[in-house]
Design a protein around this ligand. Structure first.
Ligand code: ATP
Ligand code: MG
Length: 300
């Protein structure tokens, strides 16, 4: 278990992270989302022991990170925001170097390298120099480097940033396979990515954690009302009157061939509509739109 206990980090007078209190259970995947400069990377660098908190404590499996930095670093695999890879070695050589550095036994390191390169789809590049790798290949190699010592905690800072949709999907699929038995902390600018992969999401804005909850609960909190576009067989029918009379429903727009209705839940609407519906569309905003609404306007 990872605990942030009142963790703050200042750079000079600037508070990059302020009084962060979160608990991350073993085996869960946590998304850290927030606008540029919100403090996501700072939080992650604190967790990896690269930065020291100005205030507060980070406790991992009951151990204070500041007191046991080496023990804890061994169980963390970290993909930085901008991974810096050595250019000259071949991919296999690079992973061997880091594997041995992180204590993977010499007899096992090659097996581990082959396994990882296969998982990230780079087996055929093992003997290619890193300098010849494209951006997406570098990212996949950097992920392999982060995982070489089979860490139980995996920290990924924007793993799919700047990658094409296919490579992004490949990395997301790979993260899904890791989810089974690892604790994953993932920074992302893509709300849908966080929504797809994470059990819980922390929304950070201006150094403060504004929300930390499951996607389902965040939706419940921030999407109070849903919107539906509905076409009816008979737009003049008494159904429209019944909708208007129901206090749980509100007709937002009425056109010749459809209406837009606000409701807390589709259930409230469906019992009135029954077989009258000829067209239906859910216009409820996604979590991403809610997020932009929440933190976007304040940062413009
Ligand atoms: N080493 C540093 N020295 C001074 N200020 C820093 C340092 N690192 C981060 N900051 C400041 O702390 C704040 C948070 O930065 P951080 O990198 O954590 O943001 P972020 O949420 O990761 O943003 P992005 O989405 O752009 O990656 C910013 O205002 C940044 O300028
Ligand atoms: Mg960042």
């Amino acid at each position: 278990m990872i605990e942030f206990l009142g963790v703050s980090k200042s750079f000079g007078n600037h508070k990059a992270l302020e009084d962060a209190n979160i608990t991350i259970e073993d085996g869960t995947t946590i998304g850290i989302v927030g606008p540029n400069g919100a403090g996501k990377t700072t939080l992650i660098r604190l967790l990896c022991g690269i930065l020291k908190p100005t205030e507060g404590q980070i406790v991992i499996d009951g151990k204070d990170l500041e007191k046991y930095p080496t023990d804890i670093k061994k169980i963390i695999g970290y993909l930085p925001e901008e991974p810096n890879l050595y250019e000259r070695p071949k991919a296999g050589e690079l992973l061997e170097y880091f594997g041995l550095l992180y204590g993977v036994p010499r007899g096992k390191v090659h097996e581990r390298i082959d396994e990882l390169l296969a998982l990230v789809g780079l087996s055929d590049r093992k003997d290619w120099r890193v300098s010849s790798f494209s951006k997406g290949m570098r990212q996949r190699l950097a992920i392999s480097r982060a995982l070489i010592h089979d860490p139980k905690i995996i920290v990924l800072d924007e793993p799919t940033m700047g990658l094409d949709p296919l490579t992004s999907r490949r990395i997301r699929d790979f993260i899904k396979t890791l989810k089974k038995d690892k604790t994953i902390i993932l920074c992302s600018h893509y709300m849908n990515e966080a929504e797809q992969l994470c059990d819980k999401i922390a929304i950070i804005d201006k150094g403060k954690i504004r929300a930390y909850d499951t996607v389902e609960n965040l939706k419940k909190i921030y999407i109070k009302e849903k919107m539906f576009k509905v076409g009816l067989k008979n737009m003049k029918s008494e159904i429209l009157d019944r909708i208007s009379c129901d206090e749980k429903l509100k007709i937002l727009e009425r056109r010749e061939n459809y209406i837009i209705i606000k409701a807390e839940d589709y259930k409230d609407l469906s019992y009135i509509l029954k077989e009258e519906v000829i067209y239906f569309e859910d216009l409820t905003p996604s979590l991403e739109e809610v997020f932009i609404e929440l933190v976007g306007s304040k940062n413009d």
